[in-house]
Write a protein that binds this ligand. Structure first.
Ligand code: NAD
Ligand code: S2G
Length: 336
């Protein structure tokens, strides 16, 4: 049997983790042959609830899970880990602005960046889910300088899945018939869900999405605002943020990173910008990426960009630059 992979989930007593942990333990992310050691981090007041989650994980009788370590210590949670799912943070409640989250959560990601730098393997792969996910990933990477920048990503796969589902429903096909949508930028209401390069298979024929939908006004209007506002709409309806669809998307993101995404398709991942498409370097920006079987992602280059698209891509980039400035200034004046 393979050596166990050491995987950490933070926010392990929260609602996303409650769905996510079963999927990881069941082999949906790292495969059905990969044994796992799970380290579960949450804050001290949540330790009782976390013990309940551990009891349930045991009761799932999952053959791949060799050991479960619940803890409120970052050192214990991150020591020698291969993969980190950074879910733990305060979610937005109704009435809160995203900006409120920035300062509430920035300190968490500074602390976790510093601890990853000290305790995790240098090859650790990190996906940040806790909001504002892109900027939290930037902070984490900033405070973990000994870990390569390409090992830090943030989740925009939920937005990617939402975009695919909206198009598939509109055309009346399965969601896997829709390929190569792109989420550009921030996991926020400024994100740009773009289907100008996307295709859909309808009755055995591959068509551009624009041609199959035959309603440019919808694609450039309601489709975009629906995807941009989907998280807020779920929050309004449930009074809690999306957890089932978020955990499914986290699994899609890390499984594709681990095993490679299908070669005829790209996926959206928020990664450290290298300036591609003229977007600013040093912010964690969602791009279309191809992922190879050796766990390496690469931004898809040279897609033609219309004036309509560029304006939207720049707007979301500007928001990320502002978030970065606010977060780093806040952390500089709040040193503990
Ligand atoms: N990127 C996305 O697509 C996406 C989608 C949905 C939700 N989210 C975000 O994911 C985060 C978690 O959502 P949730 O619904 O599971 O929230 P939740 O409140 O149910 O759970 C969050 C958990 O994190 C824990 N936590 C807080 N500070 C911590 C710390 N320093 N270390 C470890 N754990 C800590 C809390 O105690 C809690 O158990 C939120 O920020 C939410 O906005 C992101
Ligand atoms: O707080 C929000 O508006 C969004 C919550 C979450 O990130 C989502 O996309 O479902």
């Amino acid at each position: 049997m393979a050596t166990p992979l050491k995987v950490c989930v933070t926010g392990a007593a929260g609602q996303i983790a409650y769905s996510l942990l079963y999927q990881i333990g069941h082999g949906d992310v790292f495969g059905k042959e990969q044994p796992l050691i799970l380290t579960l981090l949450d804050i001290t007041p949540m330790m009782n609830a976390l013990h309940g989650v551990v009891m349930e994980l045991h009761d799932c009788a999952m053959t791949l899970v060799k050991e479960i370590v619940p803890t409120d210590s970052e050192e214990e949670a991150f020591r020698d880990i291969d993969v980190a799912f950074l879910v733990g943070s305060m979610p937005r409640r109704e009435g809160m602005l995203r900006k409120d989250l920035l300062t509430a959560n920035a300190k968490i990601f500074r602390s976790q960046g510093l601890s990853l730098d000290k305790f995790a393997k240098k090859t650790v792969k990190v996906v940040v889910v806790g909001n504002p996910a892109n900027t939290n990933a930037m902070i984490c990477s900033h405070f973990a300088p000994s870990i390569p920048k390409e090992n830090f990503t943030a989740l925009t796969r939920l937005d990617h899945n939402r975009a695919k589902a909206q198009i598939a429903t509109r055309i009346g096909v399965r969601s896997d018939a829709v390929k190569n949508v792109v989420i550009w930028g921030n996991h926020s209401s400024t994100q740009f869900p773009d289907v100008s390069h996307a295709t859909v298979e309808v009755e055995g024929k591959t068509l551009p999405v624009y041609e199959a939908v035959k309603d440019d006004a919808w694609i450039e209007g309601d489709f975009i605002t629906t995807v941009q506002g989907r998280g807020a709409a779920v929050l309004k309806a449930r009074k809690l943020s999306s957890a089932m669809s978020a955990s499914k998307a986290v699994c899609d993101h890390v499984r594709d990173w681990w095993f490679g995404a299908p070669q005829d398709e790209w996926v959206s991942m928020a990664v450290m910008s290298d300036g591609s498409y003229g977007m600013p370097e040093g912010v964690v920006y969602s791009f279309p990426v191809r992922v190879s079987a050796d766990c390496k992602w690469a931004i898809v280059k040279d897609l033609p960009i219309s004036d309509f698209a560029r304006e939207k891509m720049e707007k979301t980039a500007k928001e990320l630059e502002e978030e970065k400035k606010t977060a780093l200034e806040f952390l500089a004046s709040n040193s503990s």
